[in-house]
Design a protein around this ligand. Structure first.
Ligand SMILES: Cc1cc2nc3c(=O)[nH]c(=O)nc-3n(C[C@H](O)[C@H](O)[C@H](O)COP(=O)(O)OP(=O)(O)OC[C@H]3O[C@@H](n4cnc5c(N)ncnc54)[C@H](O)[C@@H]3O)c2cc1C
Length: 454
């Protein structure tokens, strides 16, 4: 029997499709990679047992298997580059338990991040990691990429909330790694290994995450500047003076222009950059901190300090920020988004280098991102016939990141797009060590092959 018939027999036809139209719906992610990667078959498991059955069949037949959450990857991670079986987690969407005594949520991997956040907030709890794709991406995808977001500055990224995982190994074996307790040091930290593994070690089928109490008060400011580098210096100074906003985002002129009417109307038309700054905590403490940070804005000649008036106002600002990538795409240009990260004191150097490259190559590089983390997204606007030039810009940006003691990717992962650049950051023996680790989990090389390691 061929493996697709075996999948249909063991899982039931309603969970398995090899219809071309269905497979085509999963041939892309959000990376803008022009090639279509059609899986040979798409499986929608409804339980860990289903995932284990799929892995066992793939293992026996030696077929590639690729996990997929919502497909919002910006690096090609969930694409079935070698065909085979694509496992989509869109039917494993239940939040199994919110434990308010121990501050732990346990969930299936297909739950949308924003849904999980809203559910825990109903009982006064807070799950901070907030990738800008939070209304689409899944918690499973977030763990597999160690997603960050604006609030990472104060609250950390997905891995800082990871307690226990249930995983299905590429041979179908089911294991639990980690513990739901606040502390544990027995054995190696395998949840951390699965974090940012980009689906190359196994399937994540259940996730337990640490929660914290919901902050009492939040205040958001938009601060326009007439100079990009001045704005980036404010970011470095806020960090150096030991303030800890929960978000500190940089948005440049090209991005402001692309956002158009989505941006609040009171942004001066000659602003060349905006900082989006959000503070949280006890109301009185937030007020004091806001006054002190305002002194830094004024010292660097901020054009204005625009405070959000209420939750609705704040949500409007964040919607505009989260839509920036799509706003740039709506300009009619193709967009390749890069996410280099540098030490925060070196952000002004990174921003200057980006604009130098822009002048050299003659493509528009729109910059926004989680500047408070040193993580800037450089969006390369281009036409379809300029891919070679785009690849050169990407390589140059990766070099800049490494020259400034940073990293070639702060959150979007290696996937397939960044593989050619990993050697800039990591020596061959380190890459070989990681290949050996993968080999232990996946001796047949069937688990999301062609990703992460060159
Ligand atoms: C508009 C936009 C804004 C974004 N903003 C951010 C941001 O602020 N911060 C950030 O970090 N990222 C951001 N991203 C990138 C992306 O949303 C994240 O990487 C996200 O974590 C991917 O989740 P997903 O469910 O879409 O996973 P997918 O894209 O489907 O998959 C991502 C990777 O995880 C693997 N995977 C998925 N589910 C599982 C599973 N259950 N078990 C094992 N492996 C699995 C896949 O194989 C793949 O390698 C953004 C993307 C877009 C389009």
């Amino acid at each position: 029997m061929n493996y697709i018939d075996k999948l249909k027999l063991e899982l039931g036809e309603s969970k398995v499709s090899d219809a071309e139209e269905h497979r085509a719906a999963f041939a892309r992610d959000e990376s803008g990679i022009p090639e279509l990667y059609l899986p040979d078959v798409v499986v929608h498991p409804e339980s860990t047992e289903d995932v284990s059955k799929v892995a066992k069949i793939a293992y026996d037949y030696g077929i590639p298997i690729t996990p997929r959450g919502a497909g919002t990857s910006l690096s090609g991670g969930p694409l079935a580059v070698n065909g085979g079986i694509l496992v989509v987690f869109d039917r494993m969407t239940s939040i199994k338990d919110i434990d308010t005594e121990n501050l732990v949520v346990t969930t299936e991997p297909g739950v949308i991040t924003q849904t999980l956040q809203k559910e825990v907030e109903k009982v006064g709890m807070f799950y901070p990691p907030d990738p800008a794709s939070l209304d689409q991406c899944t918690i499973g995808g977030n763990v597999a990429t160690d997603a960050g977001g604006p609030r990472a500055l104060k609250y950390g990224v997905t891995k800082h909330y990871l307690l226990e995982l249930e995983v299905v190994l590429p041979n179908g074996e089911v294991m639990r790694v980690g513990k739901k307790t606040k502390k544990w040091v027995a054995g190696y930290d395998l949840p951390m290994l699965f974090s940012q593994s980009e689906g190359t070690l196994g399937f994540i089928t259940e996730i337990s995450l640490r929660l914290i109490p919901l902050p009492e008060y939040v205040q958001t400011f938009l601060v326009p500047f007439d100079d990009e580098v001045a704005a980036s210096k404010v970011v470095s100074e806020i960090i150096a003076r030991k303030f800890l906003p929960r978000a500190l985002e940089f948005i440049d002129k090209s991005s402001i222009d692309a956002a158009g009417d989505e941006m609040p109307p009171n942004i001066p038309s000659d602003a060349r950059a905006i900082l989006l700054v959000e503070l949280d905590g006890r109301e009185d403490a937030v007020m004091v901190e806001a006054e002190q940070i305002a002194e830094i804005f004024e010292k660097h000649n901020a054009m204005d300090i625009i405070a959000s008036m209420d939750d609705k106002d704040r949500e409007k600002i964040w919607t505009a920020r989260r839509d920036l990538l799509h706003a740039l795409e709506a300009t009619g240009k193709k967009v390749r988004i890069e996410d280099i990260t540098v030490p925060r004191s070196r952000i002004p150097e990174a921003v200057e280098a980006v604009y130098r490259i822009q002048d050299e190559v003659g493509l528009t590089l729109a910059v926004f991102g989680h500047a408070g983390d040193g993580n800037i997204h450089v969006n390369i606007l281009h036409d379809e016939d300029q891919i070679e030039l785009v690849d050169k810009v990407v390589h140059r940006l990766c070099e800049v990141a490494v020259e400034l003691d940073g990293t070639i990717t702060g959150e979007h992962g290696i996937g397939i797009l960044k593989k050619p650049h990993l050697h800039l950051e990591q020596p061959q023996p380190l890459i070989d060590l990681q290949k050996n680790i993968k080999n232990v989990f996946d001796p047949k090389g069937i688990m999301n092959p062609g990703k992460k390691l060159p």
